[in-house]
Design a binder for this molecule. Structure first.
Ligand code: NAP
Length: 330
């Protein structure tokens, strides 16, 4: 039977289990996707731990994962834009870590064939979030921009998108990631105590915009450095939003298949890199979350649901089993 990551009580990674679930059936306007890769994100750990239970309670047994990439496996009625076997990128909150997901067709993006599933899957989550943050602060070619946690999932993409706009980008990271940031043409500055002084020294001409992807005092540092609140965006510090009126644009503010397609196109052209620090098989989902919760990921950690060597045969099998003829148009 198809597998899906589920949890039936709030807690640490140990509450995650691989459940056997029925294969879902797509309804009108929906697409069944066989998932190849589903990333893990630190925010999902907060939901599973019950941190947000008042705002967004779980419906046990709750699913897990948001972003995914895979193949179209079946079409509901009225879907004309996709065919069985197409490679797609999608976003389904609390559901993506499963062999099969059903998505509205209008939320899917065709994956360029020349980028990997590992690279493609995070684009609908951290990619779109980075896109939102860079737009929120209006990064331009003459700007000096700071990105906090610039080696992380959102940060590494936000830093590159800001560079693509021509900005000078300073990224905060630990010493182990300094060379990695230099490889992205980003100026590394170590995070931690004394950050404000180090940023001031790294940007003698001043800092125009600040993209915070980590919280924990980064917005305070930006304000202390004289960055205007409307040119600061945080995705990790609600207190700073209330206190300073800084911006807080995130995935939900920018998501559309068009934005995902634009990000995928940048990857396909070699202009944007999605660093993948580790691939775990689905069975090791608990270990994958233990790893991501350490908060020292370079780029992304992802779950593989179909082993690399099995992917070509699976795609061929899906196409061979597809019903012949045009899709049923509503
Ligand atoms: N609302 C949304 O749409 C949305 C979407 C995605 C993410 N988020 C949120 O955005 C945040 C970032 O997510 P993410 O996936 O990018 O995180 P992540 O990949 O787990 O971030 C890891 C990075 O954080 C750095 N880091 C560790 N300690 C730090 C510190 N004290 N100061 C600055 N950086 C430090 C690490 O660098 P070193 O290893 O070099 O220390 C590492 O590269 C999370 O809070 C997440 O929940 C929100």
């Amino acid at each position: 039977m198809p597998r899906a990551v589920k949890f039936s009580r709030y807690g640490g990674p140990e509450v995650l289990e691989i459940a056997q679930v029925p294969r879902p059936v797509p309804g009108p306007g929906e697409v069944l996707v066989r998932v190849a890769v589903a990333p893990v994100n630190p925010g999902e750990a907060g939901i599973r731990q019950g941190v947000f239970a008042d705002m967004w309670p779980a419906a046990f047994p709750e699913g897990q994962g948001n972003d995914f990439a895979g193949w179209v496996a079946d079409l509901g009625t009225g879907v004309a834009d996709f065919s069985v076997g197409d490679e797609v990128i999608g976003y389904l909150p609390r559901a993506a870590q499963a062999d099969y997901v059903v998505s509205p067709a209008r939320l899917l993006t065709l994956k360029p064939s020349d980028i990997s599933f590992e690279t493609a899957a995070p684009l609908s989550a951290v990619g779109v979030t980075a896109w939102a943050a860079v737009n929120a602060v209006g990064v331009g070619a003459t700007d000096t921009v700071v990105v906090s946690a610039a080696a992380g999932g959102v940060g590494s993409l936000a830093a590159q998108l800001a560079r693509l706009r021509g900005a000078t980008v300073i990224g905060t990271a630990g010493p182990d990631n300094a060379d990695f940031l230099r490889s992205l043409d980003v100026i590394p500055v170590q995070h931690g105590p004394g950050l404000t002084d180090r940023l001031r020294a790294a940007a003698p001409g001043g800092i125009d915009a600040f993209i915070d992807t980590f919280g924990q005092g980064n917005v305070d540092a930006a304000i202390a450095l004289g960055v205007a609140p409307h040119r600061i965006n945080t995705i990790a510090d609600g207190r700073a939003v209330a206190r300073y009126g800084v911006r807080h644009e995130a995935q939900e503010d920018a998501f559309s298949p068009q934005v995902v397609a634009e990000l995928a196109s940048l990857v396909a052209k070699g202009l944007l890199v999605v660093p993948i620090s580790r691939i775990y098989p689905l069975e090791q989902v608990q270990d994958a979350y233990r790893h991501v919760q350490q908060r020292h990921t370079r780029g992304k950690i992802v779950l593989s649901l179909v082993a690399e060597e099995e992917r070509a045969a699976l795609a061929q099998q899906l196409r061979a089993e597809a019903p012949a003829g045009a899709p049923d148009i509503l």
